[in-house]
Design a protein around this ligand. Structure first.
Ligand SMILES: O=C(O)COP(=O)(O)O
Length: 164
């Protein structure tokens, strides 16, 4: 998700509207919109819920990997096509302290695989693309996007969902 050229002050509202449309279309596609007495209230609650730790599950190997990389002195950054709620989610999950930077597509105005978001993240660390790795679960957005700007792109292919 990205809104190129949008005044930053308007980003949170546009993020909300973008997800609201997705939710509405999804329920409409399976003929379930009518079940909501108040879809707007439902969606407001849903949006808020996903800004908390509760619906998210951290993979069992995530924290230990982050700790290991931190102990090796590796700088870490988050590069995401999610939205501004990510800051609060990382805090709520107590993951924020691992990362020196957080780069979100809606703030950059470009989403992965656009080169612009990779360059924005690299600038925060002061590294050349050749000196950085990008790990992600999407072959197109993460691996191909990273490689296109000269980063090493690593595909994290999970075969199992995270245990709740
Ligand atoms: O799926 C999303 O909404 C975002 O995914 P990402 O953080 O890997 O970019």
């Amino acid at each position: 998700m990205a809104f190129p050229g949008l005044d930053p002050i308007e980003v949170p509202g546009q993020e909300y509207a973008w997800w609201r449309q997705i939710a509405q279309q999804t329920f409409a596609a399976v003929d379930q919109l009518a079940q909501f007495a108040d879809f707007e209230a439902f969606f407001a609650d849903l949006y808020t819920y996903f800004a908390t730790a509760e619906p998210w599950v951290v993979y069992a190997d995530t924290r230990s990997s982050l700790e290991r990389w931190r102990s090796l002195g590796i700088e870490l950054g988050v590069l995401s096509n999610f939205d501004s709620r990510l800051y609060g989610v990382l805090q709520a999950l107590q993951l924020d302290a691992f990362f020196q930077s957080v780069t979100i597509s809606t703030e950059v105005g470009a989403a992965k695989p656009s080169p612009a978001i990779f360059h924005a993240a690299l600038r925060k660390h002061g590294y050349a693309a050749a000196d950085a790795w990008h790990v992600g679960d999407s072959r197109r957005e993460d691996v191909a996007g990273a490689k296109a700007v000269g980063l090493r792109g690593i595909w994290l292919m999970r075969s199992q969902p995270a245990a709740a």
